[in-house]
Design a protein around this ligand. Sequence first.
Ligand SMILES: [Zn+2]
Length: 443
Amino acid sequence: MSSEKTSNSVDLVIRAGRLLTMRPGAAPINDMEVHIKDGKIAAIEPSEEGASHSSVETIDASGCLVMPGLINAHTHAAMTLFRGLADDMPLKQWLFEKIFPAEAEYLSPHNVYWSAMLAFGEMISSGTTCFSDGYFFQDKTFDAAIKVGIRGVIAQGVIDFPAPGVPDPEKNLDVGTKFIERWKGFSSLLTPSLFCHSPVTCSEKTLIGAMEICDSGGVPMQIHLSETLEEVNTIMGQKGIRPAYYLDRIGILKESLIAVHCVHLEDEEIRLLKERGTRVVHCPESNMKLASGVCAAEKIINAGIPLGLGTDGCASNNDLDMLREMDSAAKLSKVSSGAPTSLKAEVILRCATIEGARALGLDQEIGSIEIGKRADIIVVDLDKPHLQPLYDPISSIVYSANGGDVRDVIVEGKVLMRERKLLTVDMEEVMWNIKKIAKQIQG
Ligand SMILES: [Zn+2]
C-alpha cells in the first residue's frame, strides 16, 4: 500500500512500533504500522521506511510497544474520593464503620462526577481504555465517561439498605430499571448494567429482580461473590448451601452474570460456574489488602472460564494501575500455590486484555489488535531504565512496567492521551474540585 493511498483512506496511523496484538500465539513484531479508520482497525502492515503520512494524524511509536488498551474489569470509579481514608482494617469493619458512613454523608451527584473524572484521568494515564464499574449516582459516571471518551460498562448499585441516591431500598429495582432504560443505546462506548453488592446485602427477591431487569435490557449483571469466608458462612447459615449454589438455585448463575472476587470457591463451584457460563473477575490487590483470601485464578482459567482482572475501588487498592495489578496477580498466584510457574506473564496479560474483554462480553469488539476491531490501543515507552534491556516485552510489561510508562492512549480511534498529555480530561480542574471536596471530608 502506498503512503499516499494510506493517507487518503485512514484517520490515524500508529507507525514503526513493536506490535503485540494479543491474538493467540502471536509474538511481538517489530516495525509495524496500525491504520485506523472510523474508530476501527483498518490495516496492520510493516512500516515503510521513510513513508510519509503528512496529511493524516500520525503517532510515531519507534522504540515503543503498541498493544491493546488495558481492561479494568471491576472497579468503583468514584471511590477515588475515599482513597486512603481508611486502611488496614477488616472488610466488615472497614465497610460498615468507614465506607458506608462516608458514602452516606459525602456522596452526591457533584462529588461522584468529579471523583469519576479523577478515576478516568488515572485510568487513561495508566493505559486503561475500558472499565467495568458499579456504584451510586451513576448518571454522573456516565456524564463523566462521555465527556472523557473512555469505554465502559457502568452499573447502578443495588443493595437492600438505604443507599446514596436511593434512600428507600424498596425502590432500588425501580431505580435500576430506569437507569438501564435511560442509558441503553445512548453511547456506542458505554453499556449500562446493574451491580448487586453481594448475596448477603441483597435479598433473594432483589437478586432475581435485578437479573430480570438486566435480562430484559440485554445487559450483564455484576455481583461480588464469595469475597470473604464470612460471606460464605452467612449464606451457608441462611440458605444451607454455599453462595455459588445459592445463586444457581435462584436461577441467576448464568452467562449474563459477572461474578467478582470468587475468592472462596470450591472445585465443584468452579465447575458449576463453567457449566453455567458465568464470567469471573479477579481483584488480587483488593483481596490482599482486605485479607479476604486468594482467588484460585489459575484453576478458574484452566477450567475454561473467562477471567478478567480488576483493581476494585480505590479505597481498597489504592490505585487503578492495571500494570501494577498484573504484577501483583502473577506474584500472588506463585506465592499462594508455591509454584513459580503459576499464572505466567502472558496468561495474566491476557486477563488484562482479551480475556477481560470476554469477561465483559466485549471480545468481538476489543481486547486484541485485529482488523475490524475497535481501535482501543496503547503505546508504551520501552526506553526507560527499568524496562531495559528488553529481552521479552511481555515479561517487561507484566513484571517491570507501571502506568507511568504508557505514553499514548487511543479509544475508538480517538487519541485521549498523547506524549503523556491528557487531551479530554482537564486535570487541573479535576484536582481543584477533588481537593475542595476532600477538604470537606477531612473537616
Ligand atoms: Zn468491588
